[in-house]
Design a protein around this ligand. Structure first.
Ligand code: NI
Length: 196
């Protein structure tokens, strides 16, 4: 089932997510619905707050990047096969010189900006079977994980921009929260005026 994606301005996107346990109700269905929702919106990541749930859960599938000629063949192969569920994730370490990448977010359609992040990240998380992992990721995979991880911490990529950039996109963000945008997937807008 495709779920509506919560748009910028909804307070759930600002909440720090809570850890969940193995017996979280209908977790399998939730994961299936979140994957379907993410693929339908052509996303490479989706975090639970984006469908209205303030819990520490996100998905990543970087395979769409595997078509991008800007990457080396080795990078594209890694991106092609990277599909993962992250539950109760904790970033243990971030390393290296920050690099810029033009990021977007399914909750903020029409806005893309360069965001600086460190290239290497060490993460502790549980997979969909509640098996614990500690892994190091780098490059674009690390970046998608960092972006989604921010979501479960209540942080959006627009929070990381300079105050000058924030001022420039203020009007656009306000339009997103009101639903004054063209978007081809289901969304829920916090400040949309009800139609009579
Ligand atoms: Ni996002």
């Amino acid at each position: 089932m495709i779920l509506p994606i919560v748009a910028y301005g909804d307070p759930v996107l600002k909440k720090k997510g809570a850890n969940i346990t193995k017996d979280y109700p209908k977790l399998d269905d939730l994961l299936e619905n979140m994957f379907e929702t993410m693929y339908n919106a052509m996303g490479v990541g989706l975090a639970a707050p984006q469908i209205g749930l303030p819990i520490r859960l996100f998905l990543v599938d970087t395979s769409p990047f595997a078509e991008d000629e800007d990457f080396t063949e080795a990078e594209r192969n890694a991106l092609k096969d990277f599909k993962r569920v992250f539950i109760n994730a904790k970033i243990l370490e971030e390393e290296g010189d920050e690099w810029a990448f033009n990021e977007g977010c399914l909750s903020i359609p029409d806005v893309r900006e360069d965001v600086f992040r460190q290239p290497k990240v060490k993460v502790e998380y549980f997979d969909e079977n509640f098996k614990k992992h500690t892994e190091v990721f780098d490059g674009l995979i690390a970046r998608v994980i960092q972006h989604e991880y921010d979501h479960i911490e209540g942080v959006l990529f627009t929070d990381k921009l300079s105050s000058f950039k924030k001022r420039l996109i203020k009007g656009k963000l306000s339009n997103v929260s009101k639903g004054k945008i063209n978007v081809d997937y289901r969304m829920r807008f916090p400040n949309q005026k009800k139609k009579r």
